[in-house]
Design a protein around this ligand. Structure first.
Ligand SMILES: Nc1ncnc2c1ncn2[C@@H]1O[C@H](COP(=O)(O)OP(=O)(O)OP(=O)(O)O)[C@@H](O)[C@H]1O
Ligand SMILES: [Mg+2]
Length: 244
């Protein structure tokens, strides 16, 4: 398949673009073996969109999501956040930029097992100046938004996969990010729960104007998004598919 130019799916003013990646390359070195996980990937993430990064296993979806989420750095190419080039900012200084901009929902949720749902959602706020009262109000609001208020005192092992996923979504939203990135959001859920979670994210997109980017090859996810970016062997192929 030929590499295709990444085409924007909506008209965009200067304010619409949150993240722009230009010519991103990422190679992993394992002993004497090199894996080109991403080759010349250029994409724009716009305010309010719901998009999927799709492609077969090993095509580079997680690698791309980690770079978009400022969890990992590319070997070359540029990362623009609201038009500002942050490519050379070291990884350990990126958490301040991430806070309030990007929330991440990990495939295995990464909840802290000794914390209950409330404490897991509250945790990222402990790195801010929010008062105890403000933190409590924020966490209770988010638990209500994702529909698990009654489980606030439950620890992860006392919850179902779908309920844990909701805690992870609430935690990703706690610092009011503009973009939430979710790696394989339905992989650990049965199809009914997966559909419910996707519907929930669409509501959050509509009500809070949060942008959602999913890495997934699940047809359920691809049916639920407005735009799909296809990867194959670390390259964008077929351009974007946008729902009209
Ligand atoms: N930390 C790593 N070290 C070495 N190679 C890696 C590492 N992470 C990913 N890779 C390799 O990079 C390529 C892309 O991996 P990536 O995890 O991004 O794919 P993916 O599309 O998310 O796959 P999946 O659908 O299985 O989750 C694969 O060939 C993988 O083996
Ligand atoms: Mg992956």
């Amino acid at each position: 398949m030929a590499a295709a130019q990444n085409s924007p799916c909506r008209d965009e003013g200067p304010d619409m673009k949150i993240i722009e990646l230009v010519d991103i390359c990422k190679t992993y070195v394992l002993g004497k073996t090199e894996v080109n996980a991403l080759s010349s990937v250029s994409i724009k993430i716009k305010k309010g969109e719901v998009a999927a990064i799709a492609g077969p296993s090993g095509s580079g979806k997680t690698s791309l999501l980690n770079i978009l989420g400022l969890i990992d750095k590319p070997d070359s190419g540029s990362f623009l956040l609201h038009g500002r080039d942050i490519t050379t900012v070291p990884l350990n200084q990126l958490s301040g930029l991430r806070r309030g901009t990007i929330g991440f929902v990990f495939q295995t949720f990464n909840l802290i097992p000794v914390f209950n749902a409330f404490e897991n959602v509250e945790y990222p706020l402990s790195f801010t100046h929010a008062s105890k009262k403000a933190r409590k109000e924020r966490v209770e609001h988010l638990l209500q938004l994702v529909g698990i208020s009654e489980l606030a005192r439950h620890r992860p092992y006392e919850m179902s996969g779908g309920q844990r996923q909701r805690v992870a979504i609430a935690r990703a939203l706690v610092n009011s990010p503009e973009v939430v990135l979710a790696d394989e959001p339905t992989a650990n859920l049965d199809s009914r729960t997966g559909a419910e979670i996707l519907a929930q994210m669409r509501i959050l997109n509509r009500e809070l104007q949060v942008t959602f980017i999913f890495a997934s090859h699940d047809p359920l996810v691809l049916d639920a998004v407005d735009r799909t970016i296809y990867l194959h062997d670390g390259r964008i192929v077929e351009g974007d598919r946008c729902r009209s």
